[in-house]
Design a binder for this molecule. Structure first.
Ligand code: FE2
Length: 584
C-alpha cells in the first residue's frame, strides 16, 4: 500500500509517501527548486518521494491531495455573489486539481493511463489535523487546526481516537486568527510571506499597551460553549475584496488585509524599511497577547468539550511557539503534539495518513518522533561534491583545509571549534521536513557568547536585530535550564530560561528571558546529540545555538548548496558528513 500525499497550488508545496502505514519520505518543493514557500506543483518532491520509497509510479495505490474544492460550497457561492473577483481568482488553481493525476504522471515521466492509483481529495483542515493526530503516538486526543485560510475555513476542531477523527466544528472565512496576525504583520511593515515570525520576535520588546483595542479586533467574549472567535471586520478588508493570495509558480503574495479604520485607530501603518519605534513594539506585543488569549481560549473551550488531557495541533498559527509555550500553564492539557511541518507543507503527510486511517480504516503503527524525512547524501557523494568544487577552483587557493574524520572525531573536533567561538555549518544525515533546522542542516555556534547573535547577523543571516536565535539543548538537561521540561523536539515551544541560567546562555536567550528551544534526543538524532554532548563535556553547557543552514534562501538540501553557502558567507567551518572543511 503506497500512498503519495501532495500539497499543491498552495503555499509550501510538498510531497510525502506513506508505505504500509509508515512515513518513508517527505519534503518541500522549495528545497529542490530554491524558491522559498514555493506554491506550484511539487514535481521534484514527488520524484524524490518515489525514489526514496524505491517504487515505480505504477505501484502507487493512492494519491491524496490536500484540498477539497467541494468543502463549504454554500459559503463559497455566497461570497462569489458578493465578491465575484475572489471567485475568479480561486477558479485558476481549482481547475488544476482536476488534473492532479496527470500532473503526478508528468512529474514521474509516465503515462497517467498506466497509473492505477486512486485520487482522494482531503479537506485542508482535516489534512492538518491528520498530520498531527495520526502520527502523534497518542491513542486519544483533542484536535485543533488554526490557520489563515484553507478550503474556505480558518479553524477546525474535533477529537481523535485510535484510527479515526471526529470533526466537531469549523470557523469559516472571513474569521481567521491567521489573517488577524498577518494583517497586523503587514500593518507593521512586514509584507513577505512568513514574516509573522519577525513580529513574534518583536513582540517581546514591547508592552501590550493596545490591549483594549485588540480585544475589539478579535472578539472572544460570551462564547463559552464551543471554540469560537470573531474578527471585528471594520479593521479588515478581506471580507470585502476577498482573500488575495496569489503566486506565479513562486512564493505566495498576500494582498493587503487591514482597513483604513485600523490605521485610524492605531495610527499610520509603518512603511517597510523605516525605523521600528516603541509604538510598533507595543502594537506587536498587543497582537501577540491577543493571539495568545485567542488560542488559549479556543484550547480551554476544546478541553471543556472533551476532557482529554492530550492535545494535537496544526495549522500555521501552531507555529506560534510563544503561544504554544503557555499551554501547560494556561490550559489543563498535559501532553501536546505539534508536527514539525505544522503549516501547509505538512498537509502532504496529513492527506496521506487521512486516507490510510480515516478512509481505509487501517490500524495505526507509526509515530513521527523526528523530522528527518528529506534527502541524505553518502560521504562518497559529499567527497565528490567537494572534489568538484576543488576542480572548479572554488576550494583551492583560498586557504581551506579539508580533513576526513570518524563520527566521534567529527563531533569532538566540531565542538572544540564551537567553544572557540567559530561559526559552523553542520550538514548531516537526512534533511529536515518543516521550516526549522533541527541539527541536520543547521548553523551552530557558542550560546555562551552574547555577541554571537550580532556575529551571525553580520556575517550570514542579516536578520532584523530583534529576532532571537534558538537554543538546542540535550533533552535530559532541559529541566536544568528551562521552567518546563516537556520535550520540544521540533522547536515549537518557547519556555522561560531559568533566571540563574540566562547569563550562561545569553546568545539564544531572548530579551524577555525566554528561549525557543529544541530538545535533542539521543535516539532520534544521534549525531547532533553527540555534538551537543561533546560541547557540554568541554564547557559544562549542554546547549548550542542553532539556526537554519541558509542565507536568505530555502534551507540547503544538497552538499553543493551547503558548500556554496559556506563559501559565500563568513562561516568559519563546514562540517559535512565526515568532512571538516575549515577556512584557515
Ligand atoms: Fe493551512
Amino acid at each position: 500500500m503506497y500512498i503519495l500525499g501532495i500539497n499543491a497550488y498552495h503555499a509550501d508545496a510538498s510531497a510525502a509517501i506513506v508505505c504500509d502505514g509508515r512515513l518513508v519520505a517527505a519534503a518541500e518543493e522549495e528545497r529542490f527548486n530554491r524558491v522559498k514557500h514555493c506554491a506550484g506543483f511539487p514535481s521534484r518532491a514527488v520524484r524524490y518521494c518515489l525514489d526514496e520509497a524505491g517504487i515505480k509510479p505504477q505501484e502507487l495505490t493512492h494519491i491524496a491531495i490536500a484540498r477539497d474544492t467541494r468543502a463549504r460550497l454554500d459559503k463559497k457561492i455566497l461570497y462569489a455573489l458578493k465578491i465575484p473577483q475572489m471567485a475568479l481568482r480561486r477558479m485558476g488553481p481549482q481547475g488544476k486539481f482536476l488534473t492532479i493525476k496527470a500532473e503526478v504522471a508528468k512529474a514521474l515521466d509516465t503515462d497517467p493511463r498506466r497509473m492505477a492509483a486512486e485520487v482522494t481529495r482531503v479537506e485542508h483542515h482535516k489534512a492538518h489535523l491528520a498530520s498531527s493526530f495520526f502520527v502523534s503516538g497518542f491513542g486519544e486526543a483533542a484536535l485543533l487546526s488554526v490557520d489563515g485560510l484553507g478550503d474556505f475555513a480558518s479553524t477546525m476542531w474535533g477529537v481523535g481516537k485510535d484510527n479515526a477523527m471526529t470533526i466537531a466544528g469549523a470557523i469559516a472565512f472571513p474569521h481567521s486568527l491567521g489573517f488577524f496576525y498577518t494583517a497586523i504583520t503587514q500593518y507593521l511593515g512586514f509584507w513577505k510571506y512568513g514574516d509573522e515570525y519577525k513580529v513574534m520576535g518583536l513582540a517581546s520588546y514591547g508592552q501590550p499597551e493596545f490591549k483594549d483595542e485588540f480585544a475589539r479586533i478579535v472578539r472572544l467574549e460570551g462564547q463559552q460553549r464551543k471554540p469560537r472567535f470573531n474578527l471585528g471586520l471594520d479593521y479588515f478588508i478581506h471580507h470585502k475584496v476577498g482573500s488575495q493570495i496569489s503566486w506565479d509558480e513562486g512564493a505566495p503574495v498576500v494582498g493587503k488585509l487591514y482597513s483604513n479604520y485600523l490605521e485610524k485607530r492605531l495610527g499610520a501603518a509603518r512603511d517597510a524599511g523605516s525605523a521600528v519605534e516603541e509604538r510598533h513594539q507595543n502594537i506587536a506585543s498587543s497582537l501577540q497577547a491577543r493571539l495568545e488569549d485567542s488560542v488559549l481560549s479556543l484550547l480551554n473551550q476544546l478541553y471543556r468539550l472533551y476532557g482529554v488531557k492530550k492535545l494535537c495541533m496544526a495549522g500555521g498559527v501552531a507555529f506560534n511557539c510563544v503561544a504554544n509555550g503557555l499551554i501547560f500553564d494556561k490550559t489543563p492539557f498535559e501532553e501536546v503534539y505539534i508536527p514539525p511541518a505544522a503549516g501547509d507543507a505538512g498537509l502532504a503527510v496529513g492527506a496521506a495518513f487521512y486516507v490510510n486511517h480515516q478512509i481505509l480504516g487501517r490500524a495505526r503503527s507509526f509515530t513521527m518522533d523526528h523530522a528527518f524525512w528529506g534527502p541524505q547524501y553518502t560521504n562518497e557523494r559529499i567527497g565528490q561534491a567537494l572534489n568538484r568544487k576543488i576542480i572548479a577552483g572554488r576550494l583551492s587557493g583560498c586557504g581551506l583545509r579539508i580533513t576526513e574524520l570518524s563520527d566521534e572525531e567529527i563531533a569532538r573536533e566540531t565542538a572544540m571549534r564551537i567553544a572557540d567561538g567559530k561559526v559552523i555549518g553542520w550538514f548531516q544525515g537526512r534533511m529536515e521536513f518543516g521550516p526549522r533546522a533541527l541539527g541536520n542542516r543547521s548553523i551552530v555556534a557558542d550560546p555562551r557568547r552574547a555577541e554571537m547573535k550580532d556575529i551571525l547577523n553580520s556575517r550570514i543571516k542579516h536578520r532584523e536585530p530583534f529576532r532571537p536565535f534558538a537554543p538546542s539543548i540535550l533533552e535530559e538537561r532541559v529541566g536544568d535550564y528551562f521552567d518546563h521540561s516537556y520535550p520540544s523536539p521540533f522547536m515549537l515551544m518557547t519556555y522561560r530560561v531559568k533566571p540563574g541560567k540566562r547569563s550562561e546562555i545569553p546568545a539564544p536567550t531572548h530579551v524577555d528571558g525566554t528561549g525557543r528551544l529544541q530538545t535533542v534526543n539521543r535516539e532520534q538524532n544521534p549525531s547532533y546529540w553527540r555534538l551537543v554532548s561533546e560541547f557540554e563535556r568541554l564547557t559544562g553547557v549542554p546547549v548550542v545555538l542553532n539556526t537554519s543552514f541558509n542565507e536568505n534562501e530555502p534551507v540547503v538540501r544538497a552538499p553543493e548548496e551547503a558548500i556554496e553557502c559556506f563559501l559565500r558567507t563568513r562561516m568559519d567551518v563546514l562540517t559535512i558528513g565526515n568532512y571538516l572543511v575549515e577556512k584557515v
